[in-house]
Write a protein that binds this ligand. Structure first.
Ligand code: DGY
Length: 323
């Protein structure tokens, strides 16, 4: 039987590309630039599986073509709001993602941002490299204490829980949680967390707020100007989820006016474009979408995609099927 034809839309860790090529007829995007709408639409006619990432915008218009050959979109990443899942379903195309394997590293990065923003690490490093450090003094770059503070977590899935674990057991933080559904008492108990009903109840009680909910239309601008107004003065917002969850203009304004203490972002609404207002915003730490960017995790994500594909083409339900 012919091996399934698969397209990997960006370069992946070599170990995974090599392994995939042992089982599948693999086409690589050697240029490693994001595929446009036309290239994605053509791919749907030419490949049995497409292995996209967050840089591939697979909206309804991409599916608007005759003779679709693709049977599965095996996404490299846990978030899949860049894929119109309903449109894929409409064409009987399965969609999978890669949960679990990136929870630790994404949580590590959320803590990195929290510490960097609160302890003004970005500012300090920039000053030092610019030769602007005149030496130790009691009033230099005074930040905010993280240990013992209250952390609000919006979205208490695997990554949110991994953040709570680090924050509570590592930094003695009190954990408040807001989640769409009720969290099991034993899960909350692991970090002594309390669940609140609504985001509006959580924000005024937290020194730090970290976002771990899905992106997509339903959560677009979940944190907007009104909600920045509900945060404690001096509190910090951390976003390692999806850019669209935060209204970037409202964040820039809240920072500029000193309504919140600072923020740390790893994701943006129109990556890789960063609005000028954010570039200029004080006390904002920005990283270029590095949440899962460790060798161990990026390889594990690739092997997880491979497991999903092997199951799918063997007629089994892939364990990470989301549609
Ligand atoms: C994820 O896994 O969702 C990362 O943000 C990359 O897409």
């Amino acid at each position: 039987m012919a091996r399934p034809r698969i397209l990997i839309t960006r370069r992946w860790p070599e170990a995974v590309e090599v392994k995939l090529a042992e089982t599948f007829d693999v086409t690589l995007n050697t240029a490693d630039t994001p595929l446009g709408r036309d290239a994605l639409r053509d791919a749907l006619g030419a490949f049995d599986a497409i292995l996209p990432t967050v840089t591939d915008r697979i909206g309804p218009e991409v599916f608007d073509r005759p003779a679709i050959r693709t049977r599965i979109l095996a996404n490299y990443g846990v978030g899949f709001s860049h894929i119109d899942v309903a449109a894929a379903k409409g064409q009987s195309i399965a969609v999978t993602n890669t949960p679990d394997v990136l929870s630790d590293c994404t949580a590590d990065l959320a803590l990195t941002l929290m510490l960097m923003a609160a302890r003004r690490a970005g500012e300090g490093e920039r000053d030092l490299r610019a030769g602007a450090w005149s030496g130790w003094r009691p009033t230099h770059l005074i930040g905010t204490k993280v240990s013992g503070a209250t952390l609000g977590i919006i979205g208490f899935g695997r990554i949110g829980q991994a953040v709570a674990d680090r924050a509570h057991h590592g930094f003695g933080m009190t954990i408040l949680v807001q989640n769409r559904s009720a969290v099991a008492p034993e899960v909350l108990a692991r970090t002594g967390a309390a669940q609140v009903e609504a985001i509006d109840d959580l924000l005024p009680r937290c020194d730090f707020v970290s976002l771990h909910c899905p992106g997509g239309a339903a959560n677009r601008h979940l944190i907007d100007a009104r909600r920045f107004g509900l945060m404690k003065p001096g509190a910090f917002l951390i976003n390692t989820a999806r850019g669209e969850v935060v209204d970037e203009a409202a964040l820039a304004e809240a920072l500029e006016e000193g309504r919140i203490g600072g923020a740390g972002l790893d994701v943006y609404e129109n990556e890789p474009r960063i609005p000028e207002a954010l570039m200029a915003a004080p006390n904002l730490v920005m990283l270029p979408h590095l949440g899962s960017a460790t060798r161990e995790t990026r390889e594990a994500m690739g092997f997880r995609v491979m497991d999903n594909l092997v199951d799918f083409f063997a007629g089994r339900t892939p364990r990470d099927r989301v549609a």
